[in-house]
Design a protein around this ligand. Structure first.
Ligand SMILES: Cc1ncc(COP(=O)(O)O)c(C=O)c1O
Length: 385
């Protein structure tokens, strides 16, 4: 079956009691057992351990990423920490993409380092740098591609080969492209991670996370953490996300088409000094983007004349694009990573990896592209420098 058919139908059965076409919201803490001998005969005991609405989403996402199974979480960060907890113990080391969502860097440096885990933030665009970062005690390679916010790409196949040769799992944060455009497990990775807050939800309605594991063994160790740490997704969030997922391909195609037109417009604008979008032939890793993904996504960044001040003028002048954190939703959002999403990344580290103070991130939505361009055009007029 085609991917869009799977988005709508995969893992979802009409409710056996009523025939309801949508999986109901099973808003219940506990599940009555038939007898001590038949404990768990219906599969559920207590909603921290498993909930039927959340399971429906987990089964769907496992099918879409082509994994063994999936576990869902309260946020994308909770999903990432479940992977770290499942793979790492005190004394272990992990290799992490040097460009990733600021919260990932914060979790590693401000939390896990306190528990005796060490990290190398490697340039994952260069497989040789990843190989060089692997130590005897490395137990996890975690990459994010395309990376937030610079869109740096990791060659998933090449890094998965390195991980496999060292017997280490390779986890890929696939939030920016979703399985509609990129399926890391099919490219050799062991774990796919999502902030479902972004493209899966798509409507700025929820925060949530998901981890899809390729093997039963990995899924079991991650599922153990899901239950033990209790950072689960709620049934309501799972239900809303189940509705969002159905339109993922339609939204992403439109968002990518809009992003391509906007990137080309910005590239030719005299007040724009730099623009990056994987769909532009000028994008440094355009060939890799074409090789490992089926689309370029809805994220781009640019810098305007006048650096930080010029960027601030632009962001304060947009009227249709909304100045806000988050990405992947139907609304076009404009963000200043240095003061918003990546404020917790040390200034020196931000500079080193190219998250400049003037970088403006755009998450392109579903609006009519002419309206988005008109808005950016009028905002660029305010950029004086
Ligand atoms: C690539 C990526 N991964 C993970 C996260 C964290 O997700 P959440 O905000 O749902 O915790 C984000 C958030 O922006 C992100 O962009």
């Amino acid at each position: 079956m085609g991917f869009t058919t799977e988005l709508i139908h995969a893992g979802v059965k009409p409710d056996p009691e009523t025939g309801s076409i949508l999986t109901p919201v099973y808003q219940s803490t506990t599940f009555v057992q038939e007898s001590v001998d038949k404990y768990l005969s219906k599969g559920y005991s207590y909603s921290r351990s498993a909930n039927p609405t959340v399971r429906a989403l987990e089964e769907k996402l496992a099918l879409l990423e082509n994994g063994h199974d999936c576990t869902c979480y309260s946020t994308g960060m909770a999903a990432i920490q479940a992977v770290l907890q499942a793979c790492l113990s005190a004394g272990d080391h992990a290799v992490i993409s040097d460009v990733a969502y600021g919260g990932t860097y914060r979790l590693c440096t401000k939390v896990y380092q306190r528990f005796g885990v060490s990290f190398t933030f490697a340039n994952s665009a260069d497989p040789k740098a990843v190989q060089a970062a692997v130590q005897d005690n490395t137990r996890l390679i975690l990459t994010e591609t395309p990376a937030n916010p610079t869109l740096k790409l990791t060659d998933i196949q090449a890094v998965s080969d390195i991980a496999q040769a060292s017997g280490i799992p390779h986890a890929v944060d696939n939030t920016f492209l979703s399985p509609y455009y990129q399926r890391p497990l099919e490219l050799g990775a062991d774990i796919a991670i999502h902030s479902t807050t972004k493209y899966f939800d798509g409507h700025n309605a929820t925060v949530g996370g998901a981890v899809i594991a390729k093997s039963e063994e990995l899924d079991e160790s991650i599922r153990f953490i899901q239950n033990a740490s209790g950072v689960i997704m709620s049934p309501w969030v799972a239900w809303l996300t189940l509705q969002g997922v159905k339109t993922l391909s339609v939204r992403m195609d439109r968002q990518s088409a809009n992003a391509q037109v906007i990137a080309e417009f910005l590239e030719n604008h005299p007040k724009v000094v730099a623009v990056a979008y994987p769909g532009l032939p000028s994008f440094e890793q355009h060939e890799l983007a074409k090789k490992q993904s089926d689309g370029f996504g809805g994220m781009l960044w640019f810098e305007v004349k006048g650096g930080v001040d010029g960027g601030k003028l632009l962001m304060d002048s947009v009227q249709l694009c909304t100045l806000a954190e988050n990405l992947g939703s139907v609304e076009t959002l404009i963000t200043h990573p240095a003061t918003m999403t990546h404020a917790d990344v040390d200034e020196e580290e931000r500079r080193r990896v190219g998250i400049t103070d003037g970088l403006v991130r755009l998450s392109v939505g579903l609006e009519d592209v002419e309206d988005l361009i008109a808005d950016l055009d009028q905002a660029l007029e305010h950029v004086t420098a």
